[in-house]
Design a protein around this ligand. Structure first.
Ligand code: FES
Ligand code: FES
Length: 146
């Protein structure tokens, strides 16, 4: 089985997978047991599977493990250890989630935009994540202060 090295949430991880084209999302969820990152569509449409890779937002459903090798990956579990990231605090303040399924990807997209130095409406215009529950107004309210 191929073995790949990558850094996930600040830790060096060696993963053995059955195929070099296994999506990073599968590796995170099924190999590393990091189930915070969600599967929605598998075709780059919903952004539920968004993680930060070398500082950029990436849809982990379409990133092969062979492409993720050697990269720094941050998932929702690594955004902060205590929900202290400003986006998480804003989400709590504005009670953004409804069912919650899309929210990991939503928060990671926001965190990536913040890391790029963007604020408020700039972030809102960059975040393309779909939310079946329609939390978009609360997302905009939460992002407005970031
Ligand atoms: S599951 Fe990756 S974009 Fe929808
Ligand atoms: S909170 Fe339910 S899909 Fe977004």
């Amino acid at each position: 089985m191929p073995t790949y090295n990558l850094n996930v949430n600040g830790q060096a991880r060696n993963v053995n997978v059955s195929r070099e084209d296994m999506p990073l999302l599968w590796v995170l969820r099924d190999v590393l047991n990091l189930t915070g990152t969600k599967y929605g569509c598998g075709i780059e449409a919903c952004h539920a599977c968004t993680v930060m890779m070398n500082g950029q937002p990436e849809k982990s459903c379409v990133v092969d493990i062979s492409s993720a090798a050697g990269k720094n990956v941050v998932t929702i579990e690594g955004l902060s250890s205590d929900r202290s990231h400003p986006a998480q605090q804003a989400w709590i303040e504005h009670q953004v989630p409804q069912c919650g399924y899309c929210q990991s990807g939503m928060l990671m997209s926001v965190a990536c935009a913040m890391r790029a130095g963007h604020h408020g409406k700039e972030i809102s215009s960059e975040v393309k994540n779909l939310c079946v529950c329609g939390t978009y107004q609360r997302v905009r309210d939460a992002v407005a202060g970031l």
